[in-house]
Design a binder for this molecule. Structure first.
Ligand code: PBG
Length: 310
């Protein structure tokens, strides 16, 4: 079979990037072939290169070696993500920067929120920490903040905090229908963010529960989200389609780490043509109704497309 032509609108793609503290670091992530952890200076190089190839949107994820109970590394003054946002906005004209807002890469227990003694999420403390994080990213110049902790009321709390601090223009991309999924495995390895005990079922959705997913999306729209998201993407194309038809609202789909790594490993083993498989995946997610696709394949797609044009 001949290779598929990609012909994808690069403006519909968002490229996730992992940031760590330090200088001069570009560290391969073994669970995600072709993906790296960058220090801010090296991340600037990567984002500049991909921007030249037509990728205008990046989604930043941070992590920290110095984790604590409350995940303060994620929102203290001068945090790594804020530094990186500043650097990107200053040096790459026209780039759109989105930032993940969650605590799991910064907490010693690896959960997405602050915990009470019994291991349950402390809602008030969690919303306050997430709001501080969002405001610190907004102050650095982020265009969108993307709360992914699945804490009840996170979109409303963040919207209010942004408005109160003078960032009414900063938008929110909400991880609305985020399912508890095995497909996040490689990502947790990348950020060292797996829960040290228990799992995320307390706050992420049951993948058999279609109705709850749609309710979460409706709630986030009501709370003030500018874009709603379904995550993962491939096993959830029915939810994407239903959300598209029901809400007629800007819709993102997250083609997650496990989905990426499956493709990379089977291509490496010679079981598929990678470019054609990526084309089929991205176009299927689009066909289901997503406007924006967050995908680790974004850089490869841009590179393949520049060759198609040549
Ligand atoms: C943080 C977060 C996760 C992902 C995005 N934000 C992991 C998780 O919930 O465990 C997963 C992304 C991916 O797998 O590519 N809460």
């Amino acid at each position: 079979m001949a290779e598929d032509r990609l012909n994808i609108d690069l403006d519909s793609l968002t490229y996730p990037l992992f940031v760590i503290d330090g200088k001069g670091i570009k560290e391969p992530i073994s669970s995600m072939p072709g993906i790296f952890r960058f220090s801010p200076d090296r991340l600037l190089e990567e984002a500049s290169k991909t921007k030249e190839r037509g990728i205008n949107k990046v989604l930043l994820f941070g992590t920290s070696d110095k984790k604590d109970e409350c995940g303060t590394g994620g929102y203290r003054a001068g945090n790594t993500i804020s530094k990186t946002v500043k650097l990107l906005k200053k040096n790459i004209p026209g780039i759109t920067v989105l930032t993940d807002v969650c605590l799991c890469a910064y907490t010693s227990h690896g959960h997405c929120g602050i915990l009470k003694e019994q291991g349950n999420i402390d809602k008030k403390a969690t919303l306050s920490a997430l709001s501080s994080m969002a405001v610190s990213h907004a102050a650095a110049g982020a265009d969108y903040v993307a709360p992914s902790a699945m804490a009840e009321g996170q979109v409303r709390a963040i919207r209010q905090a942004l408005n109160k601090n003078g960032y009414a223009a900063v938008k929110i991309m909400a991880y609305s229908a985020k399912f508890a999924s095995q497909f996040y495995g490689p990502f947790r390895d990348a950020l060292n963010s797996a829960p040290r005990f228990g799992d995320r079922r307390q706050y992420q959705l049951d993948y058999t529960d279609r109705k709850r997913a749609l309710k979460e999306i409706a709630d986030d729209i009501r709370e003030g989200a500018d874009i709603v998201m379904v995550k993962p993407a491939l096993g959830y194309l029915d939810i994407i389609r239903e959300a598209r038809d029901r809400f007629k609202y800007p819709l993102a789909a997250y083609n997650v780490s496990g989905e990426y790594t499956m493709v990379k490993l089977s291509a490496k083993a010679g079981y598929c043509d990678e470019k054609s498989m990526v084309s089929e995946i991205i176009k299927s997610i689009k066909r289901a109704g997503a406007d924006t696709i967050i995908t680790y394949h974004a850089r490869d797609i841009a590179t393949w497309m520049s060759r198609e044009k040549a």
